[in-house]
Design a protein around this ligand. Structure first.
Ligand code: ATP
Length: 589
């Protein structure tokens, strides 16, 4: 497929304000693709060049991008720098600038008369993997060769791709809807694709399998070592007693809930890889956990699910998430591993010695886990009680809070308590310590817009428009305007942080009323955690929108808690969860 064809679709995607049209535009595009280019097309549409979990990420700096533009057109560097600064986007600058002469870059990177999708992918892949001395020159020259051979509109998206600033607002579910429409006749068939995606976390692979082998082949996609499985999530309740009403088994396993980082460990012999909640490869961050998995697991191969948590081995107490996050760094990793020891608390096993165990009920998976895990000071299965008695669970909860834990996760022991990849069902229910007056739990919301600040907040934003995720419709519905809880420093950082998310008009997957309209719109990208006092009906916000009554739900008195950079927008609190909190009136116990 010609790259220009893809660019036409991107332009239409940016123009549309309707998520249905977005799906239709994508479905047309996917139908036209050759089976062997489908995977690439999916990655590029998502602004990537490989499955998200692979360590091949683009992120060419503005300096390199500007140097490539200057080199492509034989223009003075200062002129290009000024154009990029004033456009605020290397892609727009590259589209506006043109060369007096088209330069030829012999041998660096060659392609035919016009760029194809495959050329762009091949070029960007080389840019992404270039490493070592001289790699900066290689990156610049490959980019320059592509820029010189591209038309204006192509240059815009080529550079946005290279610099990691695509903002089409296409999410995984939109793309799965489009694939279902294109190949299975209706987006109603998305669940089949979504299930496979939950197991392999690679939309490109699902798309290619679908095109080559049809729905039967997609059904056969299973879990595989070194391809992360989308994690099973927890439900929340607003009353303690509801746990036992909803969980679906008389015997409940209440496990310690750790406030750390979700880590899925894949082991094959000596090779170990770790994946985060967002399915990024975090192996390099946790050399200590890699070692523990290598030495404490009596299985040749396995996939474990658990939480890494900052831990004090002397006192046996746990530290909160923020402390562990200090280990998220590029340099001095070993030093920080010593300064902030982490323990890996394993709560599930998805595969052992080559056999998948997702379908096995929780008690059986736990037995398998305990049989293969040799516990040590820094690795152990999650602590738990198994009981039919709510009072025992309540005592266990209090004891957990006393030890610095966040709360408990109650798990069903029913015969159907399989591991539901990517699912958020009643089999796992969290109960956290209350945050004081107001809602018993925080919400993770997606920022979709902002109002300009005035007075003391001039130059930054006065408030952020926040939305919950509606999974059924694959859209973001607003639920509050958030202006409190930020430090001055956090406030000052907002405009720069959101620079790469700005959109000219309301993004297609955002639903907002005129009354909530912000000064600037953002494509859904950044997730934050908020605390609120209660959830009420509102004509202003669209969360869980009731079209008949023209009313949605709003979070009152929201207060910023922290950024949730490890979460994708689609992993935010869902509109259905907000509605459930509203029904339960979401008060603390
Ligand atoms: P969620 O993961 O539900 O979207 P979140 O990241 O805000 O939301 P919480 O809602 O607080 O986290 O709780 C769920 C998370 O708790 C899990 O994703 C997991 O990382 C963590 N967790 C800690 N201990 C356990 C446990 N014993 N069993 C399952 N999950 C646990």
């Amino acid at each position: 497929m010609q790259f220009s064809r893809l660019v036409r679709a991107f332009e239409r995607l940016e123009e549309t304000a309707s998520s249905r049209e977005m799906t239709a535009i994508l479905a047309d595009l996917l139908r036209e693709a050759e089976p062997d280019e489908l995977a690439t097309l999916c990655y590029i549409t998502l602004g990537e060049i490989a499955a998200g979990y692979r360590e091949i990420t683009l992120g060419v700096g503005v300096r390199t991008a500007s140097a490539a533009i200057a080199s492509a057109f034989g223009l003075p560097q200062e002129m290009v720098d000024a154009a990029v600064r004033s456009a605020g986007d290397a892609g727009d600058a590259a589209a506006a600038l043109g060369g007096a002469e088209t330069r030829i870059f012999p041998g660096v990177f060659t392609f035919g008369d016009a760029l194809t999708v495959d050329d762009v992918h091949r070029g960007l892949l080389r840019v992404a993997v270039a490493a070592g001395p001289g790699s900066e020159d290689v990156r610049r020259e490959i980019l320059a060769a592509m820029i010189a051979g591209a038309a204006a509109a192509e240059r815009r998206y080529l550079l946005r791709l290279a610099t990691g600033t695509m903002r089409l607002g296409v999410g995984d579910m939109t793309l799965l809807d489009a694939l279902a429409t294109a190949f299975l006749g209706s987006k109603k068939r998305r669940p089949l694709l979504e299930h496979a995606y939950n197991l392999c976390s690679d939309i490109g692979y699902v798309a290619a399998t679908l095109a080559a082998g049809g729905p039967g082949a997609v059904e056969r996609i299973g879990i595989t070592l070194f391809r992360p499985v989308r994690p099973m999530l927890t439900q929340r309740v607003s009353r303690f007693g509801e746990i036992f009403e909803k969980i679906g088994s008389a015997v409940v396993a209440a496990e310690e809930k750790y406030d750390g980082e979700r880590i899925q460990a894949h082991k094959d012999g000596e090779e170990v890889r770790l994946f985060s909640r967002r399915l990024t490869d975090v192996t390099g961050q946790f050399p200590d956990i890699v070692d523990l998995v290598r030495t404490h697991i009596a299985a040749d191969s396995c996939i474990l699910d658990g939480e890494a948590v900052a831990y004090d081995p002397e006192t046996g107490s746990y530290h909160p998430f923020q402390r562990l996050m200090r280990r998220r760094r590029k340099y001095r990793i070993a030093e920080f591993a010593e300064r902030i020891p982490a323990t890996y608390r394993v709560f599930d096993v998805l595969l052992a010695d080559g056999a998948p165990h997702l379908a096995a009920p929780y008690p059986e998976r736990r037995r398998i886990l305990e049989a293969l895990l040799r516990p040590g000071a820094f690795i152990a299965a999650s602590g738990r009680v198994v009981t039919t008695d709510p009072a025992v669970v309540a005592d266990f909860f209090e004891a957990c809070i006393g030890r610095g834990l966040e709360g408990i996760v109650c798990k069903s022991t029913a015969s159907g308590s399989s591991y539901r990849a990517g699912g958020r069902e009643w089999q796992w229910i969290k109960w956290k310590k209350s945050y004081g007056p107001g809602l018993a739990d925080t919400l993770d919301l997606v920022v979709v817009g902002a109002n300009a600040g005035r007075g003391k907040r001039a130059g930054t934003y006065g408030s952020l428009l926040c939305a919950a995720y509606n999974h059924e419709e694959d859209i973001f519905q607003t639920v509050c305007k958030l202006g409190t809880g930020f430090t001055d420093e956090e406030l000052r950082a907002l405009p720069e942080m959101f620079g790469d998310a700005q959109a000219g008009s309301m993004p297609a997957r955002v639903m907002a009323t005129d009354q909530a309209r912000p000064d600037v719109w953002f494509v859904p990208r950044y997730v934050l955690e908020v605390l609120g006092s209660e959830i009420t009906e509102s004509p202003v916000h669209t969360c869980s929108w009731d079209a008949g009554r023209q009313r949605g739900l709003a979070l009152r008195f929201p207060r910023f808690v922290r950024w949730r950079r490890e979460k994708d927008p689609e992993q935010a609190t869902t509109a259905a969860e907000v509605a459930a909190m509203h029904r339960g009136r979401g008060k603390a116990r």
